[in-house]
Design a binder for this molecule. Structure first.
Ligand SMILES: Nc1ncnc2c1ncn2[C@@H]1O[C@H](COP(=O)(O)OP(=O)(O)O)[C@@H](O)[C@H]1O
Ligand code: SF4
Ligand SMILES: [Mg+2]
Length: 303
């Protein structure tokens, strides 16, 4: 089954380190996964586990310490593929107000993005901009306004329109609804699902809210302490979680993830061992990723 999947993005053995004072933090630690084209893949894990670092490294905002990232089989860690990367991968961040320049009207922000890759006159651009605003259910009158004159939900819709305006193959949504109230957030989630269905764009949807991810995603991967510990179709990961950490997350009381504490990360073997109730002697060795059932991968000594 997995062989017939078109892998739009492939991440191989990716690592990212930061120095924090005297210590080195492995924010992303030997991560392997892929994104199937034309679906929504969820990335879940406690706050601080490395989700944003992973996203920003795919976008080349951070330099990897090692590993490769392929988009449509092209190595986008290479400088020569940077334009290809910028054209084909876009991002929507958590805080919409810090994503737009307050000195620019909405028209100017969208025009600037639209004209990055091809020269286009303002009157021709207007038609495209109006359509892209309509696609996110905003009226064209918004064009003449400035971010500070809009609500958080409206500004996030503008950010989504801007991310989609050049028809990228992949959009990374990093906690796109976390700064919004519940009603606005659920409207934005419904909108994103509709956009994905209508356009066939690929979404990587990052959140610490598992309930939300269950609603919107087709595939799901779980990160712990900079590593992917489980990956597979949503039904398999949610209905039959295999990794002890995923099992813990799926418990009702854990459904909204807490801040991950790196003091609890075990340094040898499995990084989850100090919190794991299934721990055995063999857990002191690093485990490999295994395909336990078709399409369902887990990294744990129990398998
Ligand atoms: N620019 C940075 N400099 C130093 N440490 C960082 C930086 N960005 C992230 N980190 C650290 O990397 C780890 C992962 O952070 P992050 O990717 O933001 O997690 P998440 O998005 O899952 O909440 C954390 O320990 C965080 O403190
Ligand atoms: S490898 Fe061992 S300690 Fe780690 S999650 Fe699996 S059973 Fe628990
Ligand atoms: Mg984050």
């Amino acid at each position: 089954m997995i062989n017939s999947i078109y892998k739009l993005l492939e991440v191989k053995d990716l690592s990212v380190q930061f120095s924090q004072g005297k210590k080195n933090v492995k924010a992303v630690d030997g991560v392997n996964f892929f994104l199937q084209k034309g679906v929504i893949t969820a990335l879940a894990g406690e706050s601080g586990c490395g989700k944003t670092t992973l996203a920003k490294t795919i976008l080349k905002f951070h330099k990897p310490a090692g590993g490769k990232i392929y988009l449509n089989s092209r190595d986008i860690t290479l400088k020569s593929n940077e334009r290809y990367l910028r054209k084909n991968i876009q991002v929507v961040f958590q805080n919409p107000f810090s994503s737009l320049d307050f000195r620019y009207s909405i028209f100017s922000s969208l025009y600037e993005s639209l004209s990055v890759f091809k020269k286009i006159k303002k009157d021709q651009a207007e038609e495209i901009i109006v359509k892209s605003l309509n696609d996110v259910e905003l009226d064209k009158g918004i064009m003449l306004r400035y971010p500070q004159q809009l609500s958080g939900g409206q500004v996030q819709r503008v950010c989504i329109a801007r991310a989609l305006i050049n028809k990228p193959s992949l959009v990374i949504l990093d906690e796109p609804t976390s700064s919004l109230d519940v009603t606005t957030a659920s409207k934005i989630v419904r909108l994103l699902a509709k956009i994905q269905q209508d356009s066939g764009v690929t979404f990587l949807f990052i959140s610490h809210n598992l309930r939300l991810l269950k609603k919107v995603s087709d595939f799901c991967f779980i990160m712990y302490a900079g590593k992917v510990v489980e990956f597979g179709p949503k039904q398999l990961v949610y209905d039959n979680p295999l990794h002890p950490y995923t099992k813990l997350l799926m418990e009702a009381s854990y459904y909204r993830l807490k801040r991950f504490k790196d003091s609890k990360v075990s340094l040898n073997g499995c990084s989850f061992s100090s919190r794991c109730t299934y721990q055995e002697d063999k857990c002191s060795k690093e485990s490999n990723f295994k395909e336990v059932e078709p399409g369902h991968f887990v990294s744990c000594c129990l398998f």
